[in-house]
Design a binder for this molecule. Structure first.
Ligand SMILES: Nc1ncnc2c1ncn2[C@@H]1O[C@H](COP(=O)(O)OP(=O)(O)OP(=O)(O)O)[C@@H](O)[C@H]1O
Length: 238
């Protein structure tokens, strides 16, 4: 499988603090990579570097053979941030239509993503009157409507009920099976099990980059939470 995203000795400082310390990772085309790690580990910073909105100090990220942030990638990456960059004074449908126009999406795309994220019944509602989970789904719809090759999703399932969470992971799988590359951050280890690979980040360093099965095998446990703790403990003993 060829790599869609290659992170090569990436070093980032934010403020005056080093946040990523020369990390390497590869994300195969047509797969889901989960970014896992404690709060503040550097997951969002890595995602920003992949999307090309993060100033890097050294090393870099290549996406589909182009340096991250290149004009050639502009319409090929969908990014959902944690703070739901949607317009509160527009309806759900208008928000998505705005991105549809930006990405020159085909007619019908807005309706189809509305259904995909389960918001058809809220199409006419102002975005600032939605719940947190609904807002997250609008952001996701905005990213999906352009039919991007690469989707970078920062904790897309926070605040969602288990049924919708399950549905979205099924959608993510379909998108990957269609050849798209997904990078999804999460705090929830049971979601890591739905990924093809998991990249565990701690204090700006990659402590594991494996398939969930290999990670479980290597740590002798079936529980990914436990596997993560085992990896961290073994690192601390080194
Ligand atoms: N604008 C900023 N200026 C300075 N430091 C920052 C800034 N944004 C984030 N940081 C720091 O960079 C580090 C990594 O943050 P990042 O948001 O990448 O972590 P994260 O793993 O995504 O965390 P979370 O799971 O809580 O979202 C943290 O120590 C954070 O305090």
């Amino acid at each position: 499988m060829s790599d869609s995203i290659v992170v090569d000795r990436l070093t980032v400082r934010r403020g005056h603090r080093p946040v990523l310390h020369g990390i390497n990772a590869r994300m195969p085309k047509g797969s889901i990579t989960g970014l896992l790690g404690p709060s503040g580990a550097g997951k969002t910073t890595l995602m920003r570097a992949i999307v090309g909105t993060q100033k890097v100090r050294s090393g870099g990220v290549t996406v589909e053979g182009h340096p991250a942030g290149s004009a050639a990638l502009r319409y090929r990456i969908g990014y959902v941030t944690q703070d739901n960059a949607i317009y509160g004074d527009l309806t759900v449908e208008r928000n998505i239509a705005y991105y549809a126009a930006l990405y020159r999406a085909p007619k019908g795309a807005v309706k189809s993503v509305l259904a995909q994220v389960g918001l058809t019944d809220h199409a006419g509602q102002r975005a600032d009157r939605l719940s947190g989970g609904q807002r997250t789904r609008v952001s996701l719809a905005c990213a999906l409507v352009g039919d991007p090759d690469i989707l970078v999703l920062d904790e897309p399932t926070v605040g969602l009920d288990p049924v919708l969470r399950e549905q979205l992971w099924d959608d993510f799988r379909d998108l990957a099976d269609d050849g798209r590359t997904l990078v999804v951050s999460s705090h929830v280890m049971d979601e890591a099990d739905r990924c093809d690979r998991v990249v565990l980040i701690r204090e700006g360093r990659v402590v594991a980059d494996e398939t969930p099965a290999a990670l479980k095998r290597a740590t002798g446990t079936d529980d990914l939470d436990e596997a993560f703790l085992t990896v961290i403990r073994s690192r601390e003993e080194d």
